[in-house]
Design a protein around this ligand. Sequence first.
Ligand SMILES: Cc1cc2nc3c(=O)[nH]c(=O)nc-3n(C[C@H](O)[C@H](O)[C@H](O)COP(=O)(O)OP(=O)(O)OC[C@H]3O[C@@H](n4cnc5c(N)ncnc54)[C@H](O)[C@@H]3O)c2cc1C
Length: 493
Amino acid sequence: MVGGGVAGLVAAHDLAARGLRVTLVEAEDHLGGAVGAHQVAGLVMDSGAESFATRSRAVPDLLEELGLGDRVVQPRRGGSWLFLPEGAVPAPDSGILGIPADPTAPRLRAAIGRAGVVRAGLDRRLPAFVGMTERSLGGLVRVRMGERVLERLVAPFTTGVHSAHPDDLDVDAVAPGLRRALREHGSLGAAAGALRRAAPAGANVAGLRGGMNALSEGLVRELERAGVKLVTDYDVIALDRDPRREGWMVIQRQPRRGEKTAVARGELLVVATDGATAVRLLAGHRHELQRFTPEPGPQVALATLVVDEPRLDGAPRGTGLLVSEDARAVRAKALTHATAKWDWLREAAGPGRHVLRLSYGRAQPDASAVPPEVALPDEQLIRLALSDASTLIGVPLRPAQLAGADIVRWRSALPRAGVGHARRVAEFRRALAQLPDAVAVGGWLAGTGLASVVADTRSQVRALLAEAGVPEAAAPPGSGPARTDIDPTRRKD
Ligand SMILES: Cc1cc2nc3c(=O)[nH]c(=O)nc-3n(C[C@H](O)[C@H](O)[C@H](O)COP(=O)(O)OP(=O)(O)OC[C@H]3O[C@@H](n4cnc5c(N)ncnc54)[C@H](O)[C@@H]3O)c2cc1C
């Protein structure tokens, strides 16, 4: 197994549960990838993902298996806001991805104006087939509800969550089931409302007490218990065929302690890295995989500020704001008022102390360019974040009120599900099937988000095991055939 983000950890968990001996190799010195923790002003909280979509049972079922089911919590229902060129307005919250379920809702008027409301209302009168051939989310929303809904409601959402404009996102990848619901319900608003209602208790997302990092922690604990060999701080640089027997050899580099390589061997291979790395590692064995090298995803930076300001106790902007690209007063693309969103964090912080999480890094015309805010040194980005937070929340915040701050930068952690994503993934997997003892998993294939990553990883691992003829019945972890092992002899590069 290569890669120890959530996809890799889940794959290792499912392989071990079927009685296989598993070795997992991770480049960083910690496991969990984009689902991790950091400590700011004494508060331990998520450094990346902080919630999961409740549209499917994928994550809740996994959490139950890990004994974490009782830690699932709902965000507070304070509502969220939009920051538009003219200022902050409450966001319509009845649909999904910013698509309003009810185009006549009073909140909508403040966000898109009367003309926008009239145009959005047309959605209800258009025949269901209008827009069905649109492959991008942007194309579908534009044709059904018009430009104002697209640019003022949906674009801030997708820029905040996927770091991409809706025109650059595959509708089936980012909104699975939306086009089917449109066919069934006759309008895009009704479809968005139906998908929203399908989520338990009407909430789109849920989290974990203590943060989503508890998921990575729970998986690692379970892997250790099952005897999975976890090798961190080893950068996998190549995959070779094992000349001594059928199977794979993993060639690693240990970056921090000199240029050493080590070899892990196994009969089955799971590659759970980012897309560019996965293609690079696998293309040596199937050259045609080369053409699936994904475009680099946007680089993002998260600025976490812990501030002492009692006026934030009333959560003046609900759980946070998404920022329209046209709003020039700030450079952040989203702000989460984390202590207003999660009760456990508010209790941990105490009265008057607040956690604000601002994200930076809008998609650049040149996909490989670093967004200017992400390129700023930490100190400057923290100053910018404090000033942006003051504007967004509407309460002036001074440096003296800062109890702590941290910047976390993510590269290649938010792959883009561009138009035609599902077809490209299917083609990639058909080509990879020529290597029947290998699979690739992760957000670059499944689509960004834990619900997609967990569901897809588990189904890929099931298919790999079926192909390899591993019996269905669960055996006690570690008791099965020795499918993988690690060679203790390490040679110099
Ligand atoms: C800032 C941020 C916020 C997010 N918020 C949410 C959220 O609130 N809700 C949600 O559902 N999703 C969220 N996501 C998305 C979600 O976190 C990801 O979709 C998911 O965690 C991806 O998991 P993964 O295992 O595919 O990738 P990753 O977590 O990126 O893991 C890949 C792993 O492979 C390792 N690796 C790479 N190359 C090598 C190599 N050569 N050798 C060995 N190891 C290697 C990496 O070090 C990494 O640990 C967020 C993502 C980010 C970045």
